[in-house]
Design a protein. Structure first.
Length: 215
């Protein structure tokens, strides 16, 4: 059902796979899986690091509710574009902050005000993700496939998303041991790629339904 002339699959399926993979490659689950350890390692107390992690999760839930309220008023593509741009900027800021860190491993520290700056950037990143790529990718996947292939296409894209999640979760400790700044630079680059992917492939009609992207 999904076979086509674009590297063996229909073009619309590849777009769905790319959306799914990039949703994970911008590093959102690094924030949720490792944030407590990360903030503790750069100088916050263990209790404060835990509170920050809980607060970040609450922020994500709240902004997702805002996204639900805005999706039909603003549209999918504008929210995705704003989200990609915001994530790229905030991830780049985090990468810069961690490039100034001193020490290694558990003795890592951010000088001066860079700890709070990195914390604000991380939560701003979660806001941009929660307003856009978090919920919007699932909205797009539910709308973009023709009825005759929707079930199969969603299964493939869902697998791609969870496999990308696995890769990011498993690779972050290795990447962080090499360079936290390099890790967040990689996620920022993926956010930039997501911006151009949306510009190139995601199209909306004058109404609020997505065009079928099978071209």
């Amino acid at each position: 059902e999904l076979r086509g002339s674009h590297a063996g699959l229909l073009r619309v399926v590849w777009i769905g796979i790319l959306l799914s993979v990039l949703q994970q490659f911008v590093g959102i689950n690094v924030i949720f899986y490792y944030s407590s350890t990360l903030w503790h390692s750069v100088g916050f107390s263990e209790a404060d690091a835990f509170d920050i992690t809980v607060g970040t999760s609450i922020v994500n839930v709240l902004v997702t509710l805002v996204a639900i309220a805005l999706v039909d008023r603003i549209g999918r593509k504008p929210l995705l574009i704003v989200g990609s741009a915001g994530m790229a900027v905030t991830l780049a800021l985090m990468a810069w902050c961690f490039s100034q860190a001193t020490g290694t491993g558990a003795n890592l520290s951010l000088p001066g005000a860079l700890g709070p700056v990195a914390l604000v950037a991380a939560n701003a990143y979660v806001v941009f993700f929660g307003l856009s790529w978090g919920p919007m990718v699932w909205v797009l996947l539910g709308e973009m496939f023709p009825n005759q292939i929707r079930g199969s296409a969603l299964a493939v894209c869902g697998f791609a998303q969870w496999f990308a999640n696995y890769l990011i979760a498993q690779s972050f400790p290795i990447m962080a041991a090499w360079s936290l700044a390099g890790s967040y630079t990689f996620y920022a680059v993926c956010a930039v790629i997501s911006f151009f992917l949306v510009q190139r492939f995601v199209r909306e009609t004058k109404g609020k339904e997505l065009e079928e992207m099978q071209g």
